[in-house]
Design a protein around this ligand. Structure first.
Ligand SMILES: Nc1ncnc2c1ncn2[C@@H]1O[C@H](COP(=O)(O)OP(=O)(O)O)[C@@H](O)[C@H]1O
Ligand SMILES: [Mg+2]
Length: 367
């Protein structure tokens, strides 16, 4: 029995989603690619631009934060700035964050233009002989009103308006192609090195969660069968956040029973709730037409792809190629199942079904 002031958690913080893990496993290739891009900056030159691509919960933000931590510890030549574009989604607020990092205080809050903020940042970087590396995390939030063009254009042509300025950009998003949203003039200066973050495999998920559990729980709290159950639930969403949240909820559930060990029931009882974390994050990475397909797909238990396309086409002008792309994306981030049937009078066709309770999808889409 657990005494009421006792706990299973050796370190609760390890189960918070904004915790930066001490051990960042299975991302050596991506970290090496990022370092390769940054290397010229460490030697005082312009960094190679990069674009990190991959589904939610595959370690993109963590990779950047790890990289920046390392840069700050070892180099005084580079100023790394991490911008969360979901929070800062205009060129003004992006440069506001950059200014804050460069000057260590906020810019004057009123009466200063975007252009002026930018000029001050660029001039300060030149004067201090520093290279600016700006990570635009979840850059898709800048796609409205061409904000992304303004931001990239300013950063990447800074050396023209402010001689001697050296800046580089690391973009992060869950899309596969950026070129078609960008102005051609921006494309000609951006040309990033693409760094792919694939879904973690089952054994990678197991490694990462096992390590997290060993560090965060007291010995004996989580046995192998429990870990395997957590891995199962995580793998179905592909999103590591689900696993971390599930470890936490399972631990809390065991504590509630005053047990010193997590049981399979503790995990099973929390899996559905934890999986919703993935749903919430995944929806944020979708465009309007992708959200529409998901909403339509959730109207029925399952659809033939052709019938779903007819419904989609009633509401948009988009053609089958785009529809097909959307299905592939929703499938790859594990919001829908899109399996081929073996038979059918029209030959092989795809059957579409949503992977979540339709009500959970609808409630998030309407809010
Ligand atoms: N390789 C890894 N090792 C340990 N923890 C990881 C790893 N990859 C991701 N995480 C954890 O999973 C969660 C989601 O990762 P994050 O970097 O935010 O994903 P993304 O930005 O791709 O959506 C974070 O809490 C992070 O600590
Ligand atoms: Mg992220």
């Amino acid at each position: 029995m657990l005494l009421w002031e006792e706990t299973l958690f050796k370190d609760r913080d390890l189960f918070e989603l904004d915790h930066l893990p001490e051990h960042f496993l299975h991302r050596e290739d991506q970290m090496n690619s990022l370092k390769f891009c940054i290397r010229p900056a460490l030697q005082g030159g312009r960094p190679v631009n990069a674009l990190c691509l991959g589904p939610p919960g595959t370690g993109k933000t963590t990779a950047l934060l790890k990289l920046f931590e390392e840069i700050e510890a070892h180099s005084s030549k580079v100023i790394p700035v991490h911008v969360n574009c979901q929070m800062d989604s205009t060129r003004y607020s992006v440069f506001y964050q950059i200014y804050r990092k460069v000057f260590d205080h906020f810019p004057p809050s009123s009466g200063i233009s975007f252009k002026r903020i930018f000029e001050k940042v660029a001039a300060a970087a030149v004067e201090q002989d520093k290279v600016l590396v700006v990570a635009l995390d979840d850059i898709n939030y800048l796609f409205h009103e061409k904000e992304v063009d303004h931001v990239l254009y300013s950063l990447l042509r800074a050396h023209e308006t402010c001689p001697g300025a050296r800046m580089g950009v690391i973009g992060v998003m869950s899309e596969l192609a950026l070129n078609y949203v960008l102005d051609p003039r921006v494309v000609s200066v951006f040309q990033p090195e693409e760094i792919i973050f694939p879904l973690y495999t089952r054994s990678e998920i197991r490694d990462i969660l096992s390590r997290r559990g060993q560090m965060g729980f007291y010995p004996g709290v989580m046995d192998d069968a429990v870990l395997e159950e957590v891995v199962d639930c995580t793998e179905r969403s592909g999103d590591l956040r689900v696993g971390i949240d599930l470890l936490k909820r399972s631990g809390l559930s065991a504590e509630k029973r005053a047990s010193k060990r997590i049981s399979l029931d503790d995990v099973a009882g929390s899996c559905d709730r934890s999986r919703l974390i993935h749903l919430t994050y995944a929806l944020k990475s979708l465009k309007d037409d992708e959200l529409l397909v998901l909403r339509l797909a959730a109207e029925q238990k399952s659809w033939r792809a052709g019938d779903l396309f007819v419904r989609f086409h009633e509401e948009t002008d988009a053609g089958y190629t785009r529809f097909h792309e959307i299905l592939n994306k929703l499938d790859s981030i594990r919001l829908i199942n899109a399996d081929f049937t073996g038979s059918g009078e029209r030959g092989r066709s795809r059957v579409i079904s949503v992977r979540y309770d339709p009500e959970e999808i609808m409630s998030r889409l309407s809010s």
